[in-house]
Design a protein around this ligand. Structure first.
Ligand code: AMP
Length: 222
């Protein structure tokens, strides 16, 4: 089972990815999380990636693709994975397909979480995330019980640099020009399932689980 979560920044890929990984007992693979971990530990890859991440741009494919290929080859991803934030352009999608094929695998379903732009900006500008476990909060709509601390693991929560106003606009533009074409790409392959990303987190998870279990027929699920 190899599931792709597609959607603009702020659509809820990370939040839904966590729940789906638990439900299906396969890892959530977030290229953004792997890159941020590299930035934190100041690896060479992290230092190179940071320049692009700070601007809201995509990190060059050669960096991200190698990182992803290593990760999906790991033992814990043998039964499949939930891909969150990869692929982000057509080239990455093609490489992913070839890599999976070489392992005798394929993409099961592509879940497109759809949220309008105004709501995305509202979510991203108030978003806070846990440094440790990646749990996501919102300063107004979903604050943690103790200010600055994660409800789940007690670690510090913080605002990502790229969730600041100027970078949000740049990221949404990059999504529209580079990533959005994947909706058409996967629809043509009969793999795309559109999910309405507005509503309660649990309700959206249920809808996504339904879509994954039904397989792909390109219709909108609500
Ligand atoms: P995310 O946490 O998915 O919002 O990703 C944060 C940032 O990491 C993005 O704005 C990009 O700069 C970079 N990034 C994450 N995934 C990819 C990818 N598949 N290709 C290129 N850059 C990526």
């Amino acid at each position: 089972m190899n599931i792709i979560l597609l959607g603009a920044p702020g659509a809820g890929k990370g939040t839904q990815g966590l729940s789906l990984a638990e439900k299906f007992r396969i890892p959530q693979i977030s290229t953004g999380d792997i890159l941020r971990a590299n930035v934190r530990s100041r690896t060479q890859l992290g230092l190179k990636a940071k320049e692009f991440m700070d601007k809201g741009a995509l990190v060059p494919d050669d960096i991200v693709v190698n990182m992803l290929v290593d990760r999906i080859n790991a033992d814990d991803a043998k039964a499949g994975c939930i891909l969150d934030g990869f692929p982000r352009n057509i080239n990455q999608a093609e490489v992913l397909e070839k890599t999976l094929a070489s392992m005798g695998k394929s993409i099961s379903t592509v879940i497109g979480i759809e949220v309008d732009r105004k709501e995305l900006v509202r979510r991203l500008s108030g978003r806070r995330v846990c440094r440790q476990c990646g749990a996501s909060y919102h300063v107004i709509f979903n604050p943690p019980l103790n200010i600055g601390r994660c409800d789940k693991c007690g670690s510090e929560i913080y605002q990502r640099d790229d969730d600041k106003e100027d970078t949000i606009e740049a990221r949404l533009k990059v999504y529209e020009s580079e990533t959005f074409p994947l909706v058409d790409y996967y629809s043509r392959k009969g793999l795309y399932r559109a999910i309405d990303g507005k509503g309660s987190v649990d309700q959206i998870t249920l809808t996504i689980v339904g879509a994954i279990e039904q397989g792909s027929d390109n219709s909108k699920v609500s």
